[in-house]
Ligand binder design. Sequence first.
Ligand SMILES: NC(=O)c1ccc[n+]([C@@H]2O[C@H](COP(=O)([O-])OP(=O)(O)OC[C@H]3O[C@@H](n4cnc5c(N)ncnc54)[C@H](O)[C@@H]3O)[C@@H](O)[C@H]2O)c1
Ligand SMILES: O=C(O)C[C@H](O)C(=O)O
Length: 373
Amino acid sequence: MEVVGGEVDYTFVIQKSLVLLLCVVLSWKMIVYMCNLLKIEKEPIRVLVTGAAGNIGYAIAPMIAGGMMLGQDQPMILHLLDIEPASKSLEAVKMELQDSAFPLLHGVFATTNIDEACKGVNIAIMIGGFARKEGMERRDVMSKNAVIFKAQASALERYASDDCKVLVIANPANTNALILKEFAPSIPEENITCLTRLDHNRAQARLAEKLSVPVSSVKNVIVWGNHSSTQYPDSNHATVSTKTGDQPVNELLVADQKWLKNEFITEVQQRGAEILRARRQSSALSAAIAACDHIHDWFLGTPKGNWVSMGVCSDGSYSIPPGLVYSFPVICEKGSWKIVQGLNIDEFSREKMDDSARELAEEKALAYSCLDV
Ligand SMILES: NC(=O)c1ccc[n+]([C@@H]2O[C@H](COP(=O)([O-])OP(=O)(O)OC[C@H]3O[C@@H](n4cnc5c(N)ncnc54)[C@H](O)[C@@H]3O)[C@@H](O)[C@H]2O)c1
Ligand SMILES: O=C(O)C[C@H](O)C(=O)O
């Protein structure tokens, strides 16, 4: 250390520190530059898509391969799974993906064997399941899916990578995710989620339409609960960015409180059924986009000041019973999610949130009774 006349020369120390800092920054920039020059790529991530020959599978495969889910610098290898009767269509999906020459797609592996499909996967998008047919009881659908998800959980438990992150889309999504959690105990429970981002996106879009603003200017809607008609789309904390800063949606729609408490909620709750009636098939394009959004934000983080809705294992936040997979507002950072805490819940919201939790508890009991656990 430089000492002048018995005293520390702070100017010299600061100068030295700045030079050192500059050297560190320049070396880091140089390393990044060299990597880019040498085209050193990230290791490919293995992504499992179950039900890959179906509607959502066909929509989501090119989105993943094109970088929408994991970003434009993240290569991937796709593991596509479907059941034997769909094996020809599955092979066709594989061929089309190959023919699309996606630069980030480092391989496609298609199989009807669940164990092989799960080998080494880092992400599992669970779309395949048993769809309700006319005249079938809820119990029949639940029992078929409970059996499917129990078997898939065991395969993931045995063969997936330790850090595997799971997104369940197949309905009943929350309860299928719960079964998966029960039968894959070595997968950390925070790695098991279900899709309610589609409902979140739908709610955001309805508000933007009502306010005649771009959808991107609306943020922080919430979908609480089950991905079913008891879900509670909540506009109480949503804002719209304007030239003068963020404005609460409830203030901008002060004259439309009746709409917010009635039509808005039912329209979002019933949107899936509306699309099902119009297409005679459930939503596929928007479901695939929502799944990409879900994984994208989970891996790469939610933008500062924004939250999104994800079906996650309840830790008792907002008095939602632990042991349910429930949709909460979450913030994501460095590959982890955290439930947004401290939001004010009014009586109206409380009732709706509890109704959905009650339905999930009933679904859980039904699923367990089907599995004899
Ligand atoms: N959570 C959501 O937001 C959301 C939105 C839309 C649809 N969904 C649900 O997603 C699921 C898939 O929808 P879709 O339109 O793609 O249906 P789809 O019938 O077109 O495709 C489902 C595919 O899964 C396959 N499959 C069936 N059992 C399987 C198993 N055991 N292992 C692997 N694959 C299996 C089928 O052969 C089929 O190819 C449905 O349950 C639907 O209700 C959820
Ligand atoms: O498949 C369905 O029943 C509808 C779907 O979950 C949706 O929300 O679009």
